[in-house]
Design a binder for this molecule. Structure first.
Ligand code: DGJ
Length: 727
């Protein structure tokens, strides 16, 4: 068992691969202390780390109780008693008060990992995981607070979540229930986050954690373009390949809150969970609330090791379904090819031409339903627009299938257009507050997923759509944030539950649909990559990374995304030039090479691109089939520093058995009159020898990693792959 309770020190020792995490129960009141988190240690009593002399403890010195709370490293911080740092738990009780405390009562340790009801979470077998349930209470409130921890035996990962149960006889309103708090000793940490905007998602940012609080969050009702529910804390001196890094990722797709705080006495606290912004949850007597999971990764070798741990965790213990370990069909999507202007004939033309080059699936994007010819109407009317698709959906799908291609479809099921049959029939089915005109975005409103009738309707509608033809892929889009938070069905004391209920409703539908249609490949999307989070990855193995398909912009986006999320999850396509967003023209080869480090597909009118580009597609298809296993299943390495802007970008993939490696190099801006670039590879077997596939030259793994290869690719936007196979 890798979780152990040591009665002598009253402490729990959680051991994940090379990581230790220690929790201690202290004083007569059984406060729960966070004692240690870092590299594996053998000691069974490390309580000295808490610096709790007799003087500090309330049982010995009650006159300084506030002083105790304000410096004590609470394992799960509570509010109102003297800990002035960020609380994880805050309530409104029957008297209208908000104080709460957390005291140990009992515990359970067992093999395996429990599911979180209605929520996505990582999974692992009994031989892979051990779980601790730390049962705590606030006896004044009658609240039972269970802190859940699962350690992974073979990964430096600890997953946490929290369950709160009302054991009193009165309702209690939860004002915040975050999912995790970790107190670090000392100052000088740096915080790494992913920020962005539409078409510029997940750029990476690093900043010092200074006195005060630094927050990243979302109140958009989705994880968002702006910030991702990820944060890494880098210990002083840590870098790409060295030092301690603590990575946190919230397995949730709605409003989130992550904060790093440096207190005046140099304690660094990290908290995260559902954003308390406009959140409340009414717990009637006997009811429980479960907070979503946070996964915490420990690395003693910098950001590189953190990345590879997240990738392995998500590929093996989060993503589910048939495509989990499978190569995805190469698709061609008509969005950038036609936007709303298409019909059956046009789509079949694209499919015909695409099938000749080995493209395997046609995806019909937005504009096929209701009377949708632009983005002003019809969301909610999920029946085919017969004027555009003469012969109907089944006819089109059958024709595409006859060409030997699969067929996929775009939907946006969380939305409703005011100009739709659905809205005219059910004007109360969208989010809105009485007396106020709801704010439109892209001329659309959001369906109220807190309502069972709405969820049932959407589920049934999606089932009929997916059963109406041989649909083998779905792109599930979500193009606006949630606003006007009001539900016609919830009582006033429960309106604060709406943001979370939307996400729970979405998860419910996705769970049912993926169970009923296990063969359908699901790709999530949200105006590009505004909902790229581990919550969504539980339901779909891939997410559209960004509406920005320019190969050069994609370098930053894909590198930033891959800091946490596996390359196999990143939707990436070759699109037309000049690029629709930035007007840049990278070569067809470069566009292919960059999309290869993702799911790989096309997003262009293959009947209209230049002949010389079209003729390159079969070669790119071959490249995908040759390298996708390595890209999808291998270890990904950044071969340029994460935080340094260079005129080139380089990353690599190494097979798990170290038998081969692929290096992707892209020159962003050519620099005249320089030597070739020297790039050092990572992750090879230093004692093995590798042949450069192109030149036939043989090098030791040691020289490739310690000295590197010379790369002479120096024209703007030029890219090249280098493949090495063990001899
Ligand atoms: C936003 C997506 O990111 C695009 O790929 C496309 O599907 C449009 N929505 C369609 O409205």
């Amino acid at each position: 068992m890798s979780i152990k309770f040591v009665p002598e020190s009253a402490s729990f020792h959680l051991t994940a691969k090379d990581t230790s995490y220690v929790i201690s129960i202290v004083d007569d009141e059984k406060f729960v202390a966070h004692t240690y988190f870092g590299k594996k240690i053998p000691d069974e009593n490390v309580n000295y780390l808490l610096r709790l002399g007799n003087y500090s403890l309330p049982s010995k010195n009650n006159r300084e109780r506030v002083n105790f709370y304000s410096t004590f490293p609470q394992e799960f911080s509570t509010s109102g008693l003297g800990d002035f740092r960020e609380p994880c738990l805050m309530v409104r009780d029957k008297n209208g008060n908000s104080c709460c405390s957390l005291n140990y009562r009992a515990h359970k340790i067992y093999a395996g990992k429990p599911k979180l009801e209605g929520l996505p979470c990582t999974f692992g077998s009994e031989s892979e995981c051990t779980t601790l349930e730390l049962e705590c209470e606030d006896s004044v409130l009658g609240l039972e607070i269970t802190l859940l921890y699962t350690v992974f035996e073979n990964l430096d990962v600890i997953a946490r979540s929290v369950k709160v149960k009302n054991c009193s006889g009165d309702p209690i309103d939860l004002l915040r229930v975050l999912s995790a708090c970790v107190d670090f000793d000392g100052a000088g940490y740096e915080m790494v986050t992913q920020h962005g905007a539409w078409a510029r998602e997940r750029h990476v940012q690093r900043r010092p954690v200074l006195y005060g609080k630094a927050t990243v969050d979302s109140s958009l009702g989705k994880s968002g373009h702006e910030q991702n529910p990820f944060m890494a804390l880098m210990a002083p001196g840590a870098g790409d390949e060295n030092g301690e890094v603590f990575g946190f990722n919230f397995v949730y797709s709605g409003n989130f809150f992550m904060q790093a705080e440096l207190s005046p006495i140099d304690l660094t606290r990290v908290v995260m969970g559902i954003n308390p912004y406009d959140f409340s949850w009414r717990l009637e007597p006997g009811e429980s609330f479960t907070a979503p999971e946070v996964v915490i990764v420990y690395s003693d070798k910098g950001l590189d090791k953190m990345t590879s741990t997240f990738h392995d965790l998500y590929r093996n213990h989060l993503i589910r379904g048939e495509y989990k370990d499978k190569k995805r069909p190469i698709l061609i999507n008509n969005w950038e090819a036609t936007y709303f202007n298409f019909n059956t004939e046009k789509l079949i033309d694209i499919a015909k031409e695409a099938s000749k080059s080995g493209i395997e699936m046609l995806v019909m994007d937005d504009g096929w339903f209701g009377k949708r010819n632009d983005d002003n109407s019809s969301l909610g009317d999920w029946f085919v627009n017969e004027e555009k698709l003469k012969g109907g959906l089944k006819y089109l799908v059958d024709e595409v299938n006859k060409l030997g291609m699969k067929f996929g479809i775009w939907v946006e099921p969380e939305m409703i257009s005011p100009d739709s049959e659905l809205y005219r029939k059910h004007p109360d089915w969208c989010l809105k507050t009485p007396g106020r005109e709801p704010s439109l975005a892209r001329n659309q409103l959001v369906l109220d997923y807190s309502r069972q009738d709405v969820r049932d309707y959407i589920y049934e509608t999606m089932c009929s759509l997916l059963s109406s033809a041989n649909i083998e892929y779905v792109k599930w889009d979500m193009n606006r944030p949630l606003t006007n938070m009001g539900s016609a069905c919830l009582p006033k004391e429960r309106q604060g539950e709406l943001y979370h209920r939307h996400v729970l409703g979405l998860y419910e539908i996705l769970e049912k649909l993926t169970e009923k249609f296990p063969h359908v490949l699901l790709e999530h999307c949200s105006g590009g990559g505004a909902r790229f989070d581990p919550g969504m990855l539980y339901y779909s193995p891939q997410i559209w990374c960004s509406d920005d398909t320019d190969a050069i912009e994609r370098l930053e986006i894909q590198k930033g995304t891959a800091l946490v999320y596996p390359v196999s999850t990143m939707g990436a396509h070759v699109s037309d030039v000049p690029n629709h967003i930035v007007g840049r023209s990278a070569s067809f080869d470069t566009r292919g090479i960059v999309a290869l480090s993702g799911t790989f597909g096309y997003e262009l009118d293959v009947t209209r691109i230049p002949k010389e580009d079209r003729e390159k597609i079969p070669g790119q298809v071959e490249m995908y089939h040759k390298y996708n296993n390595l890209v999808r299943t291998g270890d990904y390495y950044r071969l340029t520093p994460l935080f340094k802007k260079l005129p080139y970008e380089c990353w690599g993939f190494v097979a798990k058995d170290k038998s081969e490696a692929l290096v992707t190099y892209v020159c962003i801006m050519g620099v005249p009159n320089i030597h070739s670039r020297r790039i050092r590879l990572k992750g090879l077997d230093e004692n093995a020898f590798y042949r450069n596939e192109e030149t036939g030259e043989v090098f030791s793994g040691a020289v490739l990693m310690n000295a590197g290869i010379n790369i002479n690719v120096n024209h703007d936007f030029e890219a090249k792959l280098f493949h090495f196979a063990k001899v």
